[in-house]
Design a protein around this ligand. Sequence first.
Ligand SMILES: Nc1ncnc2c1ncn2[C@@H]1O[C@H](COP(=O)(O)OP(=O)(O)OP(=O)(O)O)[C@@H](O)[C@H]1O
Ligand SMILES: C[C@H](N)[C@H](N)CCCCCC(=O)O
Ligand SMILES: [Mg+2]
Length: 222
Amino acid sequence: MNTTARAWFITGTDTEIGKTHVACALLHAARRAGLTAFAMKPVAAGADEIDGQRLNEDTARLIAAGSEPLEPAEVTPYCLRSAIAPHIVAHDEGVTFDFARIAHRLDALRARADVVLVEGAGGLLVPLDEARDFADLARHLDLPVILVVGMRLGCINHALLTCEAIATRGLHFAGWVANRVEPYMARFDENLATLEARIRAPLLGVVPHGDPAEPVALRLPD
Ligand SMILES: Nc1ncnc2c1ncn2[C@@H]1O[C@H](COP(=O)(O)OP(=O)(O)OP(=O)(O)O)[C@@H](O)[C@H]1O
Ligand SMILES: C[C@H](N)[C@H](N)CCCCCC(=O)O
Ligand SMILES: [Mg+2]
């Protein structure tokens, strides 16, 4: 372990396209390489109530894939009740997202790890309030971005729009992952080649449909 863990922000082409799945696969890959690896999901929308404590499913999956068991509050400082757009639930619950608080939590994990991944919610421009979105959070945390492309019909447009947003918002684009969220996508190879020809960042791997704990050809950015 070193004291300046490398960290990345994980965004995706949409909600439900495999950001958490790929984050778990990356955590497993890092751990297999002998690294201490954790993930955060700083803003989660949708929670079960267990013994009076809220628990989000992504939070639980990320904890299970990390090097050591973390407390849900360490991973997810803002756990909102309803599984809808975070700025809407936050408004309902009277919650304001304090970026400095999230940065503090990230620093605490970085001090214990070699690698920390920070998963957004939905896509890059999902709002957090009237003025800020997840791209602003990635900027505030000074994190390079990994884009997860959920390989299904429509993903080319969503991926290329996200690439433009990464650039115009001044973020560093560290790499992208093709995630086979749909196991039988028609013309997969041509779709992948189209993305490879147009995305100006390294392809970090193609994650097959399956268990994120299974070894796959997937790497962290250089
Ligand atoms: N490569 C894959 N193989 C098998 N199942 C997958 C794969 N990728 C995603 N899934 C499944 O698809 C669903 C959506 O994936 P996931 O929860 O990772 O999406 P997400 O992008 O993190 O969504 P959110 O915006 O809610 O955080 C989950 O049930 C997940 O297990
Ligand atoms: C609740 C869900 N699973 C995600 N965490 C939040 C997705 C917000 C999407 C907002 C939008 O782009 O319309
Ligand atoms: Mg997720």
